[in-house]
Design a protein around this ligand. Sequence first.
Ligand code: MG
Length: 176
Amino acid sequence: MLKDIFPYEYAESVYGIDYKKLYDMGYRGLIFDIDNTLTHHGDDATPEAEKLLGKLTEMGFKVVLLSDNDKERCDRFVKNCDVPYVCDADKPHSAGFKRAIQTLRMSKKKTVCIGDQLFYDILGANRLGIATIMVHFITAPGETRIGKRRYAEFSLLRLWKHTRLCGRLGDIFKED
Ligand SMILES: [Mg+2]
């Protein structure tokens, strides 16, 4: 069903979201994908990503990372930040998302999931009734090749923009 695959909102990056607006809407829990959402696939956390996660915790959000990657990768990502994670999530299956919600100790209705993949992050969270923000995937400098799945995502997002499912969260963007 398209409703399950379409994000509530789309942002260019995790830094283009105004988290204060999400907070004011009543959201208190944030589930972040790691690879190509917070950092390029497999890379260590950038100082910018660490700063963002710290700031969100200070703002009063509960934050959890949800990754299909293994414990070693997640441990490496969080080595300088105090954020819990759920690894080996097997998205879009619900078990990992449920573990993330349990880790947050937050209701699904007060939680937003932020990730770069429609068929994994967005689909999995949507099916549980968790609001979703898709972000444009991070690429390495000079990286131009993208897989077939990305083309499918682009097509679906173009379609999404013409439906009333686009913009379900309202204005969540930072002012320029
Ligand atoms: Mg990802």
